[in-house]
Structures are given as C-alpha cells and as structure tokens.
Ligand binder design. Sequence first.
Ligand SMILES: [Fe+2]
Ligand SMILES: [Fe+2]
Length: 457
Amino acid sequence: MNRILTHFYNEATDHLFQVLLQQYQDTNRFHHDFEDEFFTIIKKNEYSFLIVEFESPYSEKIIEFWQSSQPARQLIICTQPENYKRAQRVYKSDSLIHYHNLEQSLEDFQLLVEKKLSSVKDLNKKTEYCKVPLEFFKPESELFCDVYIKLGDSKFVKVIQRFSRFENNDLLKFREKDIKHFYVKDKDFKIITKKLATIMNSGSHAEGALIALNDQVDVSIPLALQQTVAESINKLGLNEDALEITSVAISSSLEMIQKSDDLGGLIQNALKNVSYISEHSFITSFVASAILKELGEDNIANLQAISIAAFFHDLALESDEEAKVQSLESRKFFIFGIEEQNLIQAHPLKAKSMLAKVAGLPKEALQIVEQHHERYDGGGFPYGLSHTEIAPLSTVFLVAHEFTHLSYNSGFSPVHIEAILEDMITKYKKGYFKVVTKALAAIVQLGDDDNEIAQVS
Ligand SMILES: [Fe+2]
Ligand SMILES: [Fe+2]
C-alpha cells in the first residue's frame, strides 16, 4: 500500500499537481471532485498518502475522516500563503502531518512528497546493516542498540548486546583486530544520525549517549561524519538528519581550511589510511580550497561548492577500490565484474541525481560531481568533455583530485609530490588547467629534509 490520493478544490492547482505527481505512476490516484465515493475510497485503506487543499470547503471533513481512520497515514495539507499559519494552528504538526504553502516552489513540494514516500517504503523493506565509525562509540557507557561486525558480503555477527556496557577494553580489543567500523541495524542507525544531528546543532557533546565527541580539533570527527552521511544516504536515502550532519561537517572543514595556513598539516591529519573514499574526499577539498585561495577565487560560494562536491563526489560507489579507478582504460577498472564496472561508469551521474534531490545545494557543486571524471584530453567519462568544455571550478577540482589521488599511496612524500607535479605541469600545457596546475605548484612547497609536505603560501 503506497498510493497517493489527492483532493484539490481549485481546478488549476489540481491540474498542476496532477502533472507533477504523474511521475509516481503506480502510486497515484487523483480525485478532485467531492463525492461520497471519496470517503468510500479512503475507507478502503488502499492509500497511504493524502494531499488535500486547505481552502476546499470539504477539507475539514476529509482531514478529520483521514485522521480518525486506522492505521494512521501520511497527510500533506496545501494552503494559500495567507492561510498557512492558520492551518498549522488548526491541525498542528506531527510526524504524519505536513504543510505546503502553495506559494513555495513545486520542487519543494516534490521533495516533501518523495521524503514522505520513502518513509512509507521504509516500513516494508528488509533490515540493512549500516556502517558506523568506531569513533562514535563511547567507551564506559551503555549501548542502546545491538552492535555487529561484518564477516562477509551479507554476514554480520552481533558482538555487543543491546543495553550492555561498552568497556574501554572492548574498544581496544576491536582496534587490535584492526576493526574500524561497527555495524548497526538501519533503525538504530537512524537514531544515531538523529543524535549526531542534534549534538552538532546544539554544539554540545554527547551525554551518556552512544556518541563520543571530544574536543579534537583535527579532522577525525568531520571524516567520521562524512562516512556516516554517505552511508546514511546510500542505505536510507536522503533525510533531514543526514543533511544536518553534512552541513555541519562541511562548515567545520571549511572553517579548518580558512583558519589554517598549513595545508600539509591538514593533509597529514586527514591521512589515516583507513578509508580512501573519506580521506581523499577531505584532502581534495583542502587542496582545491588552497588552489582557489592562490587564484584569488576563494569566495565563500566557490569554497562551499567545491567542498560539497569533494564530500560527495564518490557517494554512489561502494568500496575504496572502486573509488580508486580513475580511468575506464586502466587495469584497475578491468579487474571488476560487469555490475561494478557499470556502477563505476555511472557513478558521477548517479551521485549527481542523488544530490539533485537535496534542496539548496549549489548547482556548481552538482556540476563538479557530474564532471569529476572528465579529462583534459577528452578521454574521461561520462561525456568525454575536453579542457575547453570543462567548467572552471570543475577544473580546480580535477587538478586537486588528481594530485591527491596520486599522492595518497605514498603518504604525500616529498619525492613523490615533486614527480607528480612535474608530470602534471608537462601534461597540462593549455588553458585553465595550466593556470590551476601552476597555482597548485605554487602552494606546494617541499620541506627541507623533514616530512613536511606542503605549505600554503
Ligand atoms: Fe569518482
Ligand atoms: Fe574521487
């Protein structure tokens, strides 16, 4: 049962929303005239979702009827702007009642519908296990959920029982076995993301809760947050909590970038060799932001777009090994099976369409995500754009990403960095790629004989 029923009184609005809702083909049924039949339909319990226009003379009766029927189901009340507040006073808000001001964009409405539809779908889907970084488990506290470790593709073993105490020794034991993540069931994962969002929002730290956040100033927490958001979006779809965490993680990494003149220090902090996807995402955002600074293009809009893109560009991929593939001609690509190869080929567009559903993300960030495997010589994917066609911000991202990717395995050692830069300078002889690579070379100054790898000038 996942069908939508609508009741619009105003014909023009009804027509508009019918067109919009047509995309949910199997789930729709429209009914814009008031008849007894309408109540017969509601009674049948075939609809999980009602959208009703507040200004309809029948709205009160319909809403009352809908709310009194069992099981409780989703309701969106659309109102004219002048009635928006009044409607909220009359019907209040809870997890099942939502309001849409008809003055707002159709995109906002669509987003609301999709969010509600996915929450209905959630009720029917099988349990997923979601990855949570070890950093978020607070030792010497009682865990509110069962905790698992992953043994195989779909094999999970419970290692900590719900409501038992998580001792420091347990943490050490798992760390010794090189376990970096626990897994929890999706319903518990939702609680974790909610807690994280609340903690991040209030700026306070966890109290007796699952999550241990201390006063670290390094990037561990934003890194762990990045992994958690990516997991949340992949497994549970987009939700408010994930977005809340995203915005905090991105602003804290932006703050780090703006406060620090020590690019090398930031990179070394993020370099833990635990998760390539998260770490190279962070380091790319640091390097790209430093390039923007060098170019004098470091306005907040550019910094934000490039950090968001760095945060999410490999979101649609499932493993670090997939994220390491940079070219569809490389050996790394051919070792994958056909399904994974298809995913790798599609991941820039898949990530873009996942992000397109998030209201308020800058379109420049989406463009970078879409273009993040294009190449200077036109040999990239998905479009095969060449350097004259790739957007300027995407160019900064591509240069920063390539430098990060190539330097990652060597731990950003000075010798490797020098060779990598030389190659890039030789390769990128024209246009904005040349300008950006020069800016990268200017900010990356090798230390004398220590391991200091880079400093922002
Ligand atoms: Fe990628
Ligand atoms: Fe990447």
